[in-house]
Ligand binder design. Structure first.
Ligand code: NAD
Length: 717
């Protein structure tokens, strides 16, 4: 095994063994069956030796320990029967458990991410030391895949850090840094990454002197010292919190809690067995499958360059100019500064520019840990921000992002002024949410270096950016825009130009249908409730209020002009807008908002019924199923059109785009994944009773073809 390709055995000191994990084919170590087999062989050999005082397990990748089990292997065995899953879990656990039974001290030296299976590997060691670097994080994120640790992680963690801490780690899936790990007794020492190897060896020597690790081995193999009252209290508080967070849609955290509480009074063997059995119940469940699918969507997206050709190089973007210092310009400038990108901010209105600069600095200086502004950080980042009104300065950047008022004529005037001053290799992009990119490119000298980079509001929270390809946009421009957006921490979805691009085009049918339901006598709260029960983060009526009724109206007009047969124009929004009800920002929209109510939730307002009395039919009760189908199916049908028109390159882009941009529920796996779980024939059945409502509910050619040939959306990729 000495020539092992992934795990290397070395001896930093004659009686200290070190196993270094370093998979040369990957950027981060994952625990595949091959790696586990290597580990097993090393432990076999080492366990026979009598000259070893201790073993250090470490990673050869600086800043990254082990990021988890091999999810591709997991996915490949997702159909395995429960007994096989239990056997797989038990096999992995028994291997790691040997680390707590070796004839010497075992220590994990954790630098960088230590997650999932990697965290289980570390926790089965006698001791852990961890890097103080912020990138060093220990966590069990399995609940995010609809699972919980299955290699003994729940049982072992409960015994080492106490049941309360372990429950929090496992059920939230949140990772902790070295300091937090030290305070809960998870690690024995926190040190600089460079000092970790020495710290691990020092710890081994100290343990050999006191034999404390042997007493802990004994202690951690038995039940947990916790009485019935404490157990009951922990169960009640944790399950209340979990139910509130998951709303019953993500079963893993509650299942983890149950197994951890149930196994508290068992010895470690029985606790691990209970864990494996409960793990097998979740493995392969619909939610687990959907969340693994979303994991792969996101993984694929990270590698997507935005263009099909392999030899297209993205140009480096070292400086960015943002024109327009309003809501969006501020967010975009802040996103750049946070990643230390030199940023020029500009606005035609001096007041707006001054306000923009102070908002940007306020945002970048915010320190999450102290929940306050960090003045030193603000000063440091302020040197990268240049506020100016001079076109010549704006034009010096590698990338100019326009985020001014949504008016094609004013945008065109700006481009006509700026473009001649820009470097020939620089890129110009618009943040427009509705104006076709090809139309905006019409007067440009270099339309191939122009594209849409559509950030969503609020920029700091929204993880995705739409990159829009105009008719003449070059591959190089798209690849550069994608690489740039990723470099400032955003995922990207590349779409071809078209009304509403991808996200707003699919969101609109859902929003529009909510207004139609209102007109037919539907109840606002029932409509929102149906959407939320489907899993949407908020109902469409509340969403109108959040986006702003005026903004929604203008975006809606674009859709109505493009697709008049599917968009029923109504007076609902104009009437409310005329009454000054623009949504949350004006204190009232469909709902009324009390500034003292910090929840931000609106309350029904009888004034709305009065204002709309001449438009709305008498109140009518719709079933929950009817409401859900009315809201979600138009979105699905629009997605089939988007696919046929080749607005997107892949069904996966639709699904990830909607999950990230509108919060389409991950446990449904994405809009088209959800469509596939139903099947085209079932969707046609669901549409039948709705077809009389008009063309927006008529089956599309793609759907009919899929039903006839028994095809799925995901067969198209
Ligand atoms: P905003 O009104 O908050 O800000 C626009 C800023 O542009 C103002 O400060 C204005 O003074 C400035 N401006 C106007 N004309 C200018 C010019 N010729 N030169 C320089 N500055 C000029 O608008 P916003 O909400 O930030 O939207 C900006 C762009 O982003 C629009 O194209 C909009 O469609 C798009 N967008 C908005 C949102 C959103 O939710 N607000 C989301 C995505 C995209």
């Amino acid at each position: 095994m000495a020539s092992s390709p992934i795990i290397q055995l070395t001896f930093p000191e004659p009686d200290i063994a070190r196993l270094t994990l370093d998979d040369p084919s990957k950027g981060a170590n994952v625990l595949s069956t091959g790696v586990l087999a290597e580990l097993s062989a090393h432990l076999d050999a080492l366990s026979l030796r009598t000259d070893i005082a201790g073993l250090v397990i470490a990673s050869g990748k600086p800043g990254s320990f082990v990021v988890g089990a091999d999810i591709r292997e997991f996915a490949a065995s997702i159909d395995a029967p429960a007994d096989q899953t239990i056997a797989m879990a038990t096999h992995g656990r028994k291997l790691f458990q040997r680390l707590s039974q070796m004839p010497f001290v075992t220590v994990a030296a954790i630098d960088g991410l230590c997650l999932g299976g990697g965290a289980e590997l570390a926790i089965w060691c006698d001791r852990r030391v961890m890097s103080a670097d912020a990138k060093a994080q220990f966590g069990f994120p399995e609940v995010k895949l609809g699972l919980f640790p299955g290699w003994g992680g729940t049982a072992r963690a409960s015994r080492i850090v106490g049941l309360g801490n372990a429950v929090e780690l496992v059920t939230t899936g949140d990772a902790i840094d070295g300091r937090a790990a030290l305070s809960m007794g998870l690690v024995s020492d926190v040190n600089t990454a460079a000092a970790l190897p020495e710290a691990a060896i020092r710890l081994i020597r100290a343990e050999r002197k006191t034999d404390e690790y042997l007493r802990d081995r004994q202690r951690w193999s038995g039940p947990i010292a916790i009485n019935g009252t404490e157990l009951g209290f922990l169960g009640a508080t944790a399950s209340g919190y979990i139910q509130q967070q998951t709303k019953g849609r993500y079963p893993a955290p509650l299942a983890a809690l149950e197994v951890m509480l149930g196994a508290a009074e068992m010895d470690i063997e029985a606790a691990c067995q209970a864990e494996a059995e409960a793990f097998a119940q979740l493995f392969g469940s619909p939610v687990n499958r959907a969340l693994i699918h979303v994991f792969f969507l996101s993984d694929r997206n990270k590698k997507d360059t935005g263009v099909a050709k392999r030899d297209v190089a993205a140009r480096p973007i070292k400086s960015v100019s943002v024109v327009g210092a309003g809501i969006m310009g501020q967010g975009i400038a802040a996103a750049n500064l946070k990643r230390r990108v030199t940023t020029v901010l500009s606005d035609a209105a001096p007041d707006a520019l001054a306000k923009g600069v102070s908002s940007v600095l306020e945002e970048v200086a915010y320190n999450k840990a102290t929940k306050s502004a960090d003045a030193a950080k603000a000063l440091q980042l302020a040197t990268l921000l240049h506020a100016t009104a001079a076109d010549a300065e704006i034009a010096t950047s590698d990338l100019v992002i326009e985020a001014i008022v949504e008016n094609p004529t004013i945008k065109a005037q700006l481009y006509a002024r700026l473009e001649p001053q820009m470097r020939p290799d620089a890129i110009l992009a618009s943040n427009t949410s509705t104006i076709p990119i090809t139309k905006l490119a019409a007067g440009l000298k270099w339309p191939e270096q122009f594209c849409g980079i559509h950030f969503f509001n609020p920029v700091r929270k929204m993880p995705i950016v739409e990159i829009i390809r105009g008719e003449k946009t070059s591959d190089e421009t798209i690849a550069t825009a994608v690489a740039y957006a990723k470099s400032i921490g955003k995922s990207t979805v590349v779409v071809n130009d078209g009304p509403g691009f991808l996200v707003n085009r699919l969101l609109f049918p859902y929003m529009n249908e909510a207004v139609q339901l209102l007109i037919e006598g539907g109840d606002m709260q029932a409509i929102d409730r149906a959407a939320k029960e489907f899993g949407m983060p908020m109902g469409p009526i509340a969403l109108y209020d959040m986006v702003g009724l005026d903004t929604s109206f203008y975006a809606g007009r674009v859709m109505w002009e493009a697709f008049p047969d599917r968009v029923l124009a109504s007076n609902v929004l104009p009437v409310l807008m005329k009454a000054g009800r623009l949504g949350q920002k004006s204190g009232a929209g469909f709902f009324a908002y009390d500034p003292k109510d910090k929840s931000g939730r609106g309350k029904p307002d009888p004034a709305v019924d009065q204002l709309l009395s001449h438009i709305l039919a008498p109140k009518k009760k719709f079933s929950k199923e009817e409401l859900t189908n009315r809201l979600i199916l138009p979105m699905l049908l629009e997605a089939t059109r988007v696919l046929q028109e080749k607005v997107v390159r892949s069904v996966r882009d639709v699904d990830l785009g909607l999950i990230y941009a509108i919060g389409f529920p991950p446990f449904q796996g994405g809009l088209l994944y959800w469509g596939d779980t139903l099947g085209a024939k079932t969707i046609l059945e669901m549409l039948k009773p709705l077809e009389s409502l008009g063309p927006r509910f008529q089956p599309t050619p793609l759907l009919l073809e899929m039903a006839a040939n028994n095809k799925k959306f995901y067969d198209m990729d």
